[in-house]
Design a protein around this ligand. Structure first.
Ligand code: UD1
Ligand code: UDP
Length: 369
């Protein structure tokens, strides 16, 4: 029996790893441990819980307003200590957080092969998104197996000299998660006022802290002034640096803005479906929205998910007030614009079979050893 540790630290890692964990656990050849770094506390546990999971071990590293140094150093030491106590045959890490990179490094120092789920995404600008682009590049220097969601991601890895035999194109596991939630009998809905158009908004990126976040909120205010019938649903990220600014900037619009705590995954998926379109800087939301045919205005200057823009439902609008306002009002007032956006959607992130493909690739990897 092979021992595999799946390492998760933040909400998106939990959501996107959950289908992989369930898939691997169905295989009696594998003993799967879920190691939480606890980079996020509440948001990680909430997301794992949505998939009926809980950590087998939790390093609980989170501090209020933590620094990148703190996360990286404590994950490296914590995961290292765990691996010394419980040696593993493989690590699976996901995506681009500081947990991802530091956990992969801890494995590398112990010569434990790592599989990188969601490998190969690149904005080709190390400073954007920050620090995620660097985390991805560094993780892909250290990993042994690469699970690339798309052909474009695999091409990025090939250009960096990765052996093609180690790359598997799988689709994105977030689509597995999305379809799993949509396929359940029981749905938790967030009740929204009937008869009013709803726009879902999320924002949290580090590079948007400060002025860009103020611009984003100002654009939301502009849209409300033009279209007072519109409701914004804003589930606030737990990060105080983000939530306090958004709350303060939009405090004058109590009739048009609903603030909530982070929504459970089922509630969030329902809110996405119910909204006219989504304003977001989130990575996962760009992929999910293409999966459920919902337009997204991406409030970033670059995306490492070009497929979401070329073959999905997304438009890159930056973080400037005027452009966000203009694009949002365009989508609200001209249904034709929405239709055009949806017409190019080929659902580029797969059909919900990514975790099966990852399981297969892991099996074949061990069979060859
Ligand atoms: C982190 C990831 C980012 C990912 C995002 C997903 C890094 C450097 N950043 O950003 O890549 O897109 O998660 O949401 O890896 N907090 C809580 N409770 C929680 C979670 C966060 O109180 O459940 C607060 C804490 O004060 C914490 C702060 O938020 O210090 C920031 O958390 P951190 O993980 O450093 O950054 P995120 O912006 O969440
Ligand atoms: N999400 C959620 N509840 C919320 C907001 C987001 O479940 O209130 C989900 C969303 O569907 C997506 C993931 O969290 O799967 C995105 O997380 P986040 O935006 O924190 O990180 P990113 O994707 O930008 O790394």
């Amino acid at each position: 029996m092979k021992k595999i540790a799946c390492i998760v630290g933040t909400r998106p890692e939990a959501i996107k790893m959950a289908p992989v964990i369930h898939e691997l656990r169905r295989d009696p050849e594998f003993l799967v441990t879920v190691l939480a770094t606890g980079q996020h506390t509440d948001m990680l546990m909430q997301a794992l819980g949505d998939f009926g999971l809980e950590p087998d071990a939790n390093l609980n590293i989170m501090r209020d307003k933590q620094s990148l140094d703190h996360i990286t150093a404590s994950v490296l030491q914590g995961v290292g200590g765990f691996l010394d106590a419980e040696p593993q045959d493989m690590l699976l890490v996901h995506g681009d957080t500081s947990t991802t990179f530091a956990a992969c490094l801890a494995g590398f120092y112990r010569k434990i092969p790592a599989g990188h789920v969601e490998a190969g995404l690149r904005s080709h600008d190390l400073s954007l998104p920050f620090p995620e682009e660097a985390n991805r590049v560094l993780t892909d220097r250290l990993a042994e197996l690469f699970f690339a969601p798309t052909q474009g991601d695999a091409d990025n890895l090939l250009r960096e000299g990765i052996n093609p035999e180690r790359i598997h194109i799988t689709g994105n596991t977030v689509i597995d998660a999305l379809y799993w939630i949509l396929g359940r009998d029981k749905h938790t809905k967030f009740e929204l006022p009937e008869g009013r158009p709803v726009i879902l908004m999320t924002a949290h990126r580090r590079e948007s802290w400060g002025q860009p976040l103020v611009e984003i909120c100002s654009a939301v205010g502009d849209v409300i002034r033009e279209r007072p019938d519109v409701m914004f649903l804003i589930p606030l990220h737990k990060n105080p640096t983000v939530r306090n600014v958004i709350r303060e900037c939009l405090k004058d619009f109590p009739d048009n803005v609903i603030f909530t705590e982070p929504l459970g995954y089922s509630e969030f998926v329902h809110a996405m479906s119910r909204s006219e379109f989504i304003l977001s800087d989130s990575g996962g939301v760009q992929e999910e929205a293409s999966g459920i045919d919902k337009p997204v205005l991406i409030m970033r200057t670059v995306s490492e998910r070009p497929e979401a823009i070329v073959h999905g439902t997304c438009v890159l609008v930056g973080t400037g007030r005027a452009k966000i306002r203009e694009e949002a009002l365009g989508l609200l007032n001209e249904p034709e614009r929405r239709r055009e956006l949806l017409a190019k959607n080929t659902k580029p992130f797969g059909n919900g079979e990514a975790s099966k493909k990852i399981h297969e690739a892991v099996r074949r990897y061990f069979a060859r050893q």
